[in-house]
Design a protein around this ligand. Structure first.
Ligand code: SF4
Ligand code: SF4
Length: 303
C-alpha cells in the first residue's frame, strides 16, 4: 500500500526546541493549492491509499487543507490524516467548529502532537479540547506523546492518563533542532528496528524515502528520491520500492545491517534507530560499502 507524508507547507506558528522538520529547510515554503490538487490527482493515479498532511503546522491553512482532504475523500477515496499541534483548540467551542469542518469533509484521522517542548508554546488544555472534540464528533484521533523517557515527562503523561486520552509514546528524534540535545545513553532490547519508510514530499517537490530524520541526511542524501518537477510520482514511488538497501531497512532492520557493518552488539543497543541509521547511511564510506553489499552479503543476513 502506498502512503505519503505530504508537506503542504513548512511554516509553523510555534518554534519547538526539539523540531526535526526545522532548520533543514527554509521555514516558509508552501505549495500552491492548485499544484497540491494536481499532485494528489497524480498520486491517486499511482494508486496511493493514504496521505498524512504534515511538515510545519498544516492547520495554519485550515481552509486549503480542508479542500485537499475533501478532494482525497470524495474524488479518490484516499485515507487522510492531519498532524497538528492543536493551536486552534483554545476553547471547546473553537475545537468543535474545526473538528466538524474536517469531519464533514471526510478527514479520516487526526494526530495530535504533545510533548513538554510543544507545551511550552501551547497550553496542554488545547490538546485536551482537540481530543475531546474528536471523541464527541466520532473522529478517529490519537496523541503522539513525544518523550526522551526522562522523569521530566511523567506529569505530562499522567495528564493524558487522567483524561483517558488515547496516546502513544514516541522517542524524540535527535535531528533538526534536537540535535543539540544532550544525548543520554539508552539500553534497549536488541530489537530488529525495521522501518516501514513512508515517503515524504516537501513543498519544494523534493521527495524522500523516509519521512523522519532521513530527509536530513545531508552528507549522502541517501533518502532523496528526486524532484517531482523532473520526475513522475510513479517513477519516484518505484525508486523507493525497488531500492535494495531501503528494502533491507524495511525487512531485515537497521540493527542487523549495523551488525553486518561491524558494529558491536553492545554498541548497537545504545542507539536509537534513527541515530544508527545516520551512522550507516549518512557516512559516504559506510554507505558505499553497504551499497556494494546490498545485493550480495546483506541478502545472507536473514534468519
Ligand atoms: S515540532 Fe511541530 S509544532 Fe513544533 S515547531 Fe516543529 S512543526 Fe511546529
Ligand atoms: S530509522 Fe532511518 S529510515 Fe527509519 S525513520 Fe529513522 S532515519 Fe528514517
Amino acid at each position: 500500500m502506498r502512503k505519503i507524508a505530504f508537506g503542504y507547507s513548512t511554516r509553523c506558528n510555534i518554534r519547538c526546541e526539539h523540531c526535526v522538520a526545522a532548520d533543514a529547510m527554509p521555514d516558509n515554503l508552501k505549495m500552491e493549492l492548485v499544484q497540491a490538487k494536481e499532485l494528489i490527482a497524480q498520486m491517486a493515479a499511482a494508486h496511493l491509499s493514504g496521505i498524512s498532511f504534515t511538515a510545519g503546522e498544516p492547520l495554519i491553512y485550515l481552509d486549503e487543507i480542508t479542500e485537499l482532504v475533501k478532494l482525497c475523500h470524495q474524488e479518490y477515496g484516499i485515507y487522510t490524516r492531519i498532524v497538528t499541534n492543536s493551536f486552534w483548540a483554545k476553547t471547546a467551542k473553537l475545537a468543535d467548529s474545526r473538528i466538524m469542518q474536517l469531519k464533514e469533509n471526510g478527514l479520516s484521522q487526526l494526530r495530535l502532537s504533545y510533548s513538554r517542548w510543544h507545551q511550552k508554546n501551547i497550553n496542554r488544555r488545547h490538546v485536551l479540547n482537540a481530543a475531546q472534540s474528536c471523541q464527541r464528533h466520532r473522529l478517529d484521533y490519537f496523541i503522539s506523546f513525544v518523550t526522551d523517557f526522562s522523569e521530566a515527562d511523567d506529569s505530562g503523561e499522567q495528564y493524558l492518563r487522567d483524561h483517558h486520552l488515547r496516546y502513544f509514546p514516541e522517542p524524540v528524534i535527535l535531528a533538526g533542532r534536537a540535535q543539540a540535545f544532550n544525548r543520554r545513553l539508552l539500553k534497549s532490547d536488541y530489537q530488529a528496528n525495521c522501518c516501514s519508510m513512508n515517503p515524504y514530499l516537501a513543498p519544494s517537490l523534493d521527495m524522500y524515502a523516509c519521512c523522519d530524520a532521513g530527509s536530513h541526511f545531508s552528507k549522502t542524501n541517501f533518502f532523496h528520491l528526486g524532484n517531482l518537477r523532473q520526475q513522475g510520482i510513479e517513477q519516484l514511488f518505484q525508486k523507493s520500492e525497488n531500492n535494495s538497501l531501503y528494502n533491507h531497512i524495511r525487512n531485515l532492520g537497521i540493527t542487523a545491517i549495523a551488525s553486518f557493518a561491524g558494529f558491536k552488539a553492545r554498541e548497537i543497543v545504545q542507539y536509537r534507530k534513527c541515530e544508527l541509521c545516520d551512522k550507516l547511511f549518512n557516512s559516504p564510506d559506510m554507505l558505499a560499502m553497504l551499497q556494494q553489499e546490498a545485493n550480495a552479503g546483506l541478502n545472507l543476513c536473514y534468519r
